[in-house]
Structures are given as structure tokens and as C-alpha cells.
Design a binder for this molecule. Structure first.
Ligand SMILES: NC(=O)c1ccc[n+]([C@@H]2O[C@H](COP(=O)([O-])OP(=O)(O)OC[C@H]3O[C@@H](n4cnc5c(N)ncnc54)[C@H](OP(=O)(O)O)[C@@H]3O)[C@@H](O)[C@H]2O)c1
Length: 308
């Protein structure tokens, strides 16, 4: 198993780099990576050639077009097209080349906007999506269905994991495209260095979100990769099981960063889904649990950000 050839697509990203680090640290000796400059995963023939040449034993798809509310809303075409192409090309090439095991990543934000909480795996496709990210969500749901179709018709073991909001070292801290947690770290850090200037944040601060430190997701991916026997489902949530309001999160980040100024909330900006908490009963019943708590994870992430 540890010398199986496993291709990590998107190994430079937040998740992919954590997966690479975790697998290397756990003795995996035959990992396959390639940069997006050498292989654009949106190009079908290039992906076909690469997979046919390399013949991996397993594939972990961490490559995707990813971003926060602003990026999703501003670049609908890139979010739907890039994600559809990347996942379709990789899943199709893996199947055509006899790859039996593949892990694909969905996201908690692709469940229906008003689904009951906590979100169970079988709530997928039971209601309308959050409009600001439906482009991304529709592409990701298609990826899950590609995997399920191959499992059903060809007996593949293509598992979709549904991570909650992730954060950690190597996150995207660009305010135009980042998710909420890295954006908060950057805003409070810059305001602290600007004489503790006030910070204005998007929305009401009332939505509740769940956050998972990225190395915990990487461990969950390793757990699924090494799971002995058949998994009870090909769609599995990965979270920490607790949520926090954006207001509480902002106060926690402010404290860790050491910003002493005011916080203003710009309620004219969209809030997104009111609450997003995963039901993690399934993965817990299999024996996996996160280990890094939110304060510790934000402290580690801020330490990394300060080195940028
Ligand atoms: N971040 C979160 O909070 C979160 C939450 C739930 C689920 N997820 C899922 O986790 C996965 C990874 O997300 P992430 O946050 O790690 O994203 P990320 O940091 O933006 O990394 C994306 C990776 O994909 C690669 N990539 C993008 N377009 C490509 C292309 N056309 N050809 C080749 N490579 C390409 C990037 O390579 P370059 O850097 O070279 O462009 C990078 O390695 C995604 O499927 C996402 O949906 C993320």
C-alpha cells in the first residue's frame, strides 16, 4: 500500500499540499505530482496522455477552482467550467486506465441552502442551492455523480468526501478571492499594523459556520485511503461537529492577532447560507475524529501568515 503509486492532483493547494505532507510523513514512497503549468487539468487529451503514461494505482483529486463568496459571484463561468472539466477529465481518465480507487472532494457548501442542520449526506439534492455559489455547487455535484455512476455501473471505489470550511497554512489570503477565515486574519493583521484602525466586515456576522484545520482533512483522506474493506457509503462528510457565528469567529481572530480597534459590520453585503454544520456521524462511526481545535488551528495559521 505505501509503495502504491498515488497521484495527488492539485498538490500545491491548501488541501493538496497538506495531503502530500501527511502521506510523505506516513511513509508513502511513490507519490505522483505534476504542476498546473506542466499539465492543465482542463485539457482532456493532455490528462488522458498523462494518466495513460503514468498508470497510477490511486488518484486523490485536490485540484479545483476554489474561492469565497466574492470570487464565486464574480467568476461564475470559471467556477462552473474549470471544475466540470478538471473532475470529468480526471475521473474519466482514471476509469479508462483501470484505476480502482479514487477520492474526490465535494464541499459542505453544495448542500441545499435551507437544508435541516446538521447536514446529513442524504440531504444532497433535496432543495435549492445558495445562489451565490451555485456555479461551483453544480459542478461539484456533477463530480459526485460521475463517481457514483462508475461505482454503480463498473464497481469502482470512487469516494466523495464532503469537507466543511477548511483553513490552515498555505491558504489563500488574497482578499478578492479568499474564504472568511484567512480574510479575517489578513484584515485584522493589517489593521493592527495600521495603528489598530477599525475593521469593516461583510454581512451581519450572524451566520454560523464550522471550520476544520486542513491537516485534519488530510488525515481523514489517509484514513479513507487505508480503510480496510468496503466503505458503507461513497459520500462521506468530514468536519469537526461544532459551529461558531462569524461574529464570534471575528472576535477570536481579533484576539489571536492582537488587534485592539473597533469592528463594523456592513449588513448591505450578502451573508450566504444562514448555517452550515455537517453531521459527522458516519465518519465518526468508522473511527475517525479531528484533533486540532479552532484556537490552536488559527494560532498555527497566523504564525504561518506572519512569515509571508
Ligand atoms: N478550502 C476550503 O475551505 C474547502 C472546503 C471544502 C472543500 N474544499 C475542496 O477541497 C479541494 C481543494 O481546495 P483547496 O482549498 O486546496 O484549493 P486551492 O488551495 O485553490 O488549490 C487548488 C489546486 O488546484 C490546482 N488547479 C486549479 N486549476 C487547475 C488546472 N486547470 N490544472 C491543474 N491544476 C489546477 C491548483 O494549482 P495551481 O496552484 O498551480 O493553480 C492548486 O494546486 C477542492 O475540491 C475544494 O472544493 C475546499
Amino acid at each position: 500500500m505505501k509503495n502504491s503509486k498515488i497521484y495527488i492532483a492539485g498538490h500545491t493547494g491548501l488541501v493538496g499540499s497538506a495531503v502530500l505532507e501527511t502521506l510523505v510523513n506516513n511513509g508513502y514512497s511513490n507519490l505522483l505530482t505534476i504542476s498546473s503549468k506542466q499539465l492543465d487539468l482542463r485539457k482532456q487529451s493532455a490528462v488522458d496522455d498523462f494518466i495513460a503514461r503514468e498508470k497510477p494505482d490511486g488518484v486523490i483529486i485536490c485540484a479545483a477552482r476554489v474561492g469565497g463568496i466574492l470570487a464565486n459571484n464574480t467568476y461564475p463561468w470559471e467556477f462552473i467550467y474549470d471544475n466540470l472539466m478538471i473532475e470529468t477529465n480526471l475521473i474519466n481518465a482514471a476509469h479508462n486506465n483501470g484505476v480502482q480507487n479514487l477520492i474526490f472532494l465535494g464541499s459542505s457548501c453544495i448542500y441545499p441552502k435551507l437544508a435541516p442542520q446538521p447536514l446529513k449526506e442524504d440531504y444532497l439534492l433535496t432543495g435549492p442551492l445558495e445562489p451565490t455559489n451555485e456555479w461551483y455547487a453544480i459542478a461539484k455535484i456533477a463530480g459526485i455523480k460521475l463517481c457514483q455512476a462508475l461505482n454503480r455501473e463498473y464497481g469502482r471505489n470512487y469516494i466523495s468526501l464532503m469537507p466543511t470550511n477548511l483553513y490552515g497554512p498555505r491558504d489563500n489570503f488574497d482578499l478578492q478571492t479568499s474564504h472568511v477565515l484567512p480574510a479575517l486574519i489578513r484584515k485584522f493583521h493589517e489593521a493592527k499594523n495600521n495603528n489598530h484602525a477599525p475593521v469593516t466586515l461583510w454581512g451581519s456576522g450572524n451566520p454560523r459556520r464550522e471550520f476544520l484545520y486542513v491537516s485534519d482533512l488530510a488525515e481523514a483522506i489517509r484514513f479513507i485511503l487505508e480503510y480496510p474493506g468496503k466503505l458503507p457509503s461513497d459520500l462521506i462528510n468530514v468536519g469537526c461537529g461544532n459551529d461558531i457565528s462569524i461574529k464570534e469567529l471575528a472576535l477570536l481572530v481579533q484576539e489571536i492577532v492582537g488587534h485592539k480597534g473597533d469592528i463594523f459590520w456592513d449588513a448591505s453585503k450578502p451573508d450566504g447560507t444562514p448555517r452550515k454544520l455537517l453531521d459527522i456521524g458516519l465518519i465518526q462511526s468508522l473511527g475517525w475524529k479531528h484533533v486540532v481545535n479552532l484556537r490552536e488551528g488559527i494560532e498555527k495559521t497566523y504564525d504561518w501568515f506572519k512569515l509571508l
